[in-house]
Design a protein around this ligand. Structure first.
Ligand code: UDP
Length: 407
């Protein structure tokens, strides 16, 4: 490592990297920020992650691992706020980060901001601290609007993203697809964009023998499992999965007296999406075959992935799709929409099936095909694991550090 990169400030204003995952706004971005920081820390780089303090009980500083701290910055009222509710408190957040930096006499070589809200804070800090700013968007307002018709993202967000594209020193995108959107929808110069996919923790996500996996999560050995994991955001299109499951004949077959269960992990209590999807399952008359488990700790997920016959990601868009990568690392094939990051992760017919988004029939067909063919599932699972190993963090982190060092 070059001696000039000693310390990095990561900004994750609207969501904390140690919050419970699978809630309304806690998913891939939290995991990426947490894992990125941990890997940088392991390389000897000091990392402070600044996030908005949501609870008066949170300690100011929480150690995440060697060289890594999460700093809870007060700004606005306690509690969970939407991005637009947080927006007016960004100046207070910025001022308190600067105050913290002065009080603790920390020094940073670079800022890496996540999501547009953090980017706006990054622009201010960059001029005060006179250091470069790297931006990762995770999702983009104009892309969300394009893939979820009827959705209107606030102009404040779109304008902020346009401003960031012009003013940050580097954009770290996850896929070439994202780089295209940045260029075509936001007028970004490709020269400013570096494409590096996220990594996966292959020590956590690895195949567990099916029997032990089922024992661990308490499901009978003969019960077969079809799995969805993720936030229950409308963009995930879980309703398409429910209707596909309801027309998949093989999903209704009794295998040794055991019905195939569709298991949905994710969704916090009180989330209106959870109510909406449960009602749909009732209307489709499949409630008896669908289990909504709510949020699960990531540590337990490898057992679910390993126990599952297949994992389904029916999203109308995914900027990357960590769930796909985690499932593949556990040796479980995927059926996923052919969109965004999922197109590069899934080799159609080899590591799973890519299906057109927002359509019930092709999804049902692919689920059926895989459920009926154990040999195919097994072969695809092995190929999936092999493909996932290319994204192991030790392969990804040197590329990110190299990108930082160009600045
Ligand atoms: N996740 C989790 N528990 C849950 C639901 C999700 O740990 O109950 C994690 C999952 O392991 C994955 C992330 O949340 O790392 C979801 O990331 P993905 O990129 O698939 O979706 P996003 O949230 O970015 O839309």
């Amino acid at each position: 490592m070059m001696p000039d990169l000693k310390s990095i400030a990561i900004l994750s204003v609207h969501t904390c990297p140690v919050a419970a995952l699978g809630g309304k706004k806690t998913g891939g971005m939290n995991v990426y920020v947490r894992d990125l920081a941990r890997e940088l820390g392991r390389k000897g780089i000091k990392v402070d992650i600044f996030t908005r303090c949501e609870s008066l009980d949170s300690p100011e500083i929480r150690r995440l691992g060697p060289n890594v701290n999460v700093i809870h910055i007060p700004s606005g009222p306690a509690g969970t706020l939407t991005p637009m509710e947080i927006f007016p408190y960004l100046p207070e957040f910025t001022a308190n980060v600067i105050k913290y930096q002065r009080q603790h006499r920390t020094q940073y070589d670079l800022i890496h901001a996540h999501y547009w809200l953090s980017g706006l804070v990054g622009l201010k800090l960059k001029t005060v601290w006179k250091i470069p700013l790297v931006q990762t968007f995770h999702t983009l307002g104009l892309v969300k609007q394009r893939f979820l018709p009827g959705l209107t993202e606030p102009p404040t967000r779109i304008n902020a993203e346009k401003q960031l594209v012009r003013r940050v020193d580097r954009i770290l995108a996850f896929t070439a697809d994202e780089a295209d959107h940045l260029q075509n929808l936001y007028g970004a110069s490709l020269k400013k964009i570096t494409v590096i996919p996220p990594g996966v923790d292959i020590k956590r996500f690895r195949p567990v023998p099916v029997k032990s996996a089922k024992d661990k999560i308490g499901i009978p050995p003969k019960q077969r499992l079809v799995l969805f994991v993720g936030r229950l955001d409308p963009i995930k299109r879980v309703e398409i999965l429910l209707s596909a499951f309801s027309v998949t004949k093989s999903a209704f077959k009794q295998i040794d007296g055991q019905m195939i269960k569709l298991t949905i992990i994710g969704g916090e209590s009180g989330d209106e999406n959870l109510g909406r999807l449960k009602l749909l399952a009732e209307n489709l008359k499949i409630s008896g075959r669908v289990k909504f488990l709510g949020q699960r700790d990531q540590k337990i997920l490898p057992f679910y992935y390993s126990a599952a016959e297949l994992v389904i990601i029916p999203s109308s868009y995914e900027s990357f799709g960590l769930v796909a990568l985690e499932s593949m690392a556990c040796g479980t094939p995927i059926v996923a929409s052919k969109v965004g990051g999922l197109t590069i992760l899934i080799a159609d017919g080899q590591t799973g099936f890519s299906v057109p988004p927002n359509q019930t029939k092709p999804l049902a067909k692919a689920i059926s095909l895989l459920l009926q063919n154990q040999k195919l599932r097994f072969e695809m699972g092995r190929a999936a694991r092999r493909a996932a190993l290319k994204y192991a963090w030790p392969k990804i982190i040197p590329r990110i550090i190299a990108c930082y060092q160009t600045l």
